[in-house]
Write a protein that binds this ligand. Structure first.
Ligand SMILES: [Zn+2]
Length: 241
């Protein structure tokens, strides 16, 4: 089994996508109260709505990650039809990744070290010309997080360019605890992916649930190491060399 630091039995990372304002309004204060550092895969156009709060989040030790500049997903989503992965090339995707890093560096003064695939989708093009952009993510980042994956990440068998991302939205604390306990049993790395924080009809973690997850994962008896995606990924790289 992989050896986590300080005798921990598993690692848990909390990640939040798209730089939705509720993340800094409601999420960061809860995380800070529990001393939990999380990873925020920001969509650059959304940063402007809360720029000082994003700077405060960085100063508190949270990670800012890359989520592309324009959030391309499959054109099956009507909102992504004009910016569809089916119409992308690897060259265009690489420009997206670099441009998002530059934007984040210019606005927040930090260069992202990890990435989250928008919609969890990892391809460009269509049919026989479709290609994976996982190699680009591996080239530019320490780790790339998926979405709506169905397994805890295994630090030895898994690829850091395709870290398993588990959907943490719209679920009860009990449901999320099943995942956390599974990670502890497997000695693995659980990465939750969320969107809004609050009482939203969809794509959100309720503040009470976030609070309960933080409390559960930081209880020393549970033996969980909680840290950002970049910090855990860097530890795994060190352990493998
Ligand atoms: Zn997203």
């Amino acid at each position: 089994m992989f050896k986590w630091p300080n005798g921990a039995r598993a690692a848990v990372s909390l990640s939040f996508d798209d730089a939705r304002p509720s993340q800094v309004d409601l999420g960061v204060p809860i995380l800070n109260a529990h001393g939990v550092r999380a990873t925020f895969y920001v969509s650059p156009p959304n940063i402007a709505q809360r720029r000082p709060q994003w700077q405060d989040a960085l100063a508190a030790g949270h990670e800012i990650g890359n989520h592309t500049l324009s959030h391309p997903c499959t054109g099956n989503f009507p909102w992504s039809r004009a910016n569809a992965l089916e119409d992308y090339t690897l060259e265009r995707m690489e420009q997206e990744l670099i441009a998002a890093n530059q934007f984040i560096d210019q606005t927040l003064g930090v260069t992202p070290r990890t990435f989250a695939y928008p919609c969890g989708q990892k391809f460009v093009g269509r049919g026989e010309a479709a290609q994976s952009y996982v190699p680009l993510v591996a080239k530019h980042f320490l780790a790339g997080r998926g979405f709506k994956d169905e397994s805890v990440h295994d630090p030895l068998a898994g690829d850091l360019a395709q870290v398993m991302g588990i959907d943490g939205d719209d679920q009860s604390f009990d449901r999320l605890t099943v995942w956390i306990d599974q990670a502890v049993q497997a000695g693995g790395w659980l990465v939750f992916a969320m969107h809004d924080v609050g009482d939203f009809p969809r794509q959100a973690i309720h503040p009470d649930v976030l609070e309960a997850v933080c409390r559960y994962c930081t209880r020393p008896a549970n033996g969980i190491w909680m840290d950002t995606v970049a910090t855990v990924a860097a530890y795994i790289v060190r352990g493998q060399t």
